[in-house]
Design a protein around this ligand. Structure first.
Ligand code: ADP
Length: 461
């Protein structure tokens, strides 16, 4: 009973520390708008990089022709062929996914890109329709490359550094499109790289093709990021002549946001300290798929150590990073049985723990607190962008519709997270304004988006 009381007291303290009442969320929104403005004004030294994407044209829905996309952003890469049928006719697509062998993630640039291009070439050669491009034209490709890149034009950008387990020699500091082109040439393959695309920008383009009210794209997956359409005048750091479209697509890199307004706890501090990038991506570490499960684990570990939540000994597996990941906690969060059987089964399977209903209830509460906080912060970030562009449904053009294209496994496969996000969104915008703003799931929109951006920036357009 004493243990139960201790657990309950610690849990209450933790709940308090993670609390995000409306006033607190509003403070996060305000802080983020200020950081966005700072990032648009200066090139260096800002939390939000606010990178212009060099996209000149966004899809209109009238695109026509066969275009390709290559998506490299993790342990898999994807090749895609899209046939755009013209105004109102939509498109068809085919794609294939390949795993990247571990040794190629640690090898040379030539080895990696020769492998990628050979798979792309096989894919293209297997096509049955549209066998050849028009006379005198090469096929064209949009390249989604989700690593830190300093873009220098719509079809060029320098790789700053590899991440996510890649350590490939000879690529850092080079134009990644040039690296891809050289591999294409080595194989005597005829393919033009027409656009280099961040995955958020691809998602925006894919969403925009279907709906011209799309103003913003958000990724909530392993990590989190967003891009949006900004007026050219609002980007003081842009030195070149303004784009003819009058707008920039800005990649916010909002995962790196941090602010004293964020409700951080001991678990966030610990996770950050033990991460590969301490001090960076604080916002992302509070809400994205790579971290939510680990935050839960850390809080349970503290409850085990300081309040003997699981009895006299601290469960061995609970001390190991990776023993509890977001898909596990998300599954437990969906448990609707009175005795929390799914929670019990998962704790048994993942942590080798036998638990009482009381203990399971504590675990469930921890999961709920962490997911709710993350989802509400994500909602605040979206509202910050909408407020920045006067699309929060409150200001002047309140009658126009605004659509947010959303992608990512966390949003897609975690209903409780999604619901908490929508709830906070409603609180922040209000009943009337929220009717003018839709969040639409755009599953894998970034592949089609990259092909569309190739179409919009075609050499032959
Ligand atoms: P990525 O962001 O790596 O490009 P996805 O958008 O598919 O890829 O997101 C994958 C991430 O989604 C995983 O890292 C995981 O954290 C999260 N995820 C996957 N399945 C679930 C689930 N059932 N519940 C909650 N999160 C999930």
């Amino acid at each position: 009973a004493a243990q139960q009381q201790d657990s309950q007291r610690l849990l209450d303290e933790f709940r308090q520390a993670c609390d995000t009442p409306l006033a607190k969320l509003e403070a996060v929104v305000d802080a983020m708008v200020l950081e966005m403005e700072a990032g648009l004004a200066a090139d260096e030294g800002c939390l939000l990089k606010m990178l212009p994407s060099f996209v000149e044209n966004l899809p209109k829905g009238t695109e026509k022709g066969v275009y390709y996309a290559l998506d490299l952003g993790g342990t898999n890469f994807r090749v895609l062929r899209a046939v755009f049928l013209g105004p109102g006719e939509g498109c068809t697509q085919e794609s294939e996914v390949f795993a990247i062998p571990q040794e190629l993630m640690l090898g040379t640039s030539e080895q990696l890109f020769d492998f990628i291009v050979s798979r792309l070439q096989d894919f293209v050669n297997r096509e049955t329709q549209n066998k050849s491009p028009p006379e005198g034209h090469k096929r064209e490709l949009g390249f989604t490359f989700s690593f830190p890149v300093k873009q220098t034009s719509v079809a060029s950008g320098t790789l700053i550094h590899w991440s996510k387990g890649f350590k490939v020699s000879g690529t850092e500091g080079r134009d990644i499109v040039e690296v891809l082109r050289e591999a294409i040439d080595r194989r005597n393959f005829q393919m033009e790289v027409a656009a280099l695309v961040n995955d958020t920008v691809g998602t925006l383009a894919g969403g925009r093709y279907i709906n011209s009210d799309v103003m913003m794209a958000v990724i909530l997956g392993t990590g989190t990021n967003a891009c949006y359409i900004e007026r050219a005048e609002a980007v003081p750091k842009w030195q070149a002549p303004p784009p003819s479209s009058g707008v920039h697509v800005i990649n916010t890199e909002w995962g790196n946001f941090s602010s004293p307004t964020l409700p951080t706890t001991f678990a966030d501090d610990e996770l950050d300290r033990e991460s590969v990038n301490p001090g960076e991506h604080i916002f992302e570490k509070m809400m994205s798929g790579m971290y939510l499960g680990d935050l839960v684990r850390r809080v349970l570990l503290k409850l085990a150590q300081d309040a003997s939540l699981f009895g006299d000994t601290v469960p061995e597996k609970l001390t190991k990073k990776g023993s509890l990941v977001t898909p596990d906690t998300s599954k437990m969060h969906g448990d609707e049985t009175p005795d929390l059987e799914t929670v019990g089964d998962t704790l048994k399977k993942k942590l080798d723990l036998d638990t009482s209903v009381e203990q399971r209830k504590v675990v469930y509460s921890v999961i709920d607190i962490i997911a709710r906080r993350g989802a509400r912060l994500a909602a605040a970030a979206i509202v910050a962008v909408l407020r920045k562009i006067g699309r929060d449904g409150k200001s002047g053009n309140g009658r126009s519709k605004t659509v947010i294209a959303m992608d990512g496994g966390l949003y897609e496969r975690y209903p409780q997270f999604r619901n908490y996000l929508k709830e906070a969104f409603l609180e922040l915008l209000g009943e009337a304004a929220v009717k003018n703003v839709d969040i639409e799931l755009s599953k894998d929109g970034s592949g089609i988006g990259a092909a569309l951006l190739a179409a919009c920036h075609s050499k032959y357009g």
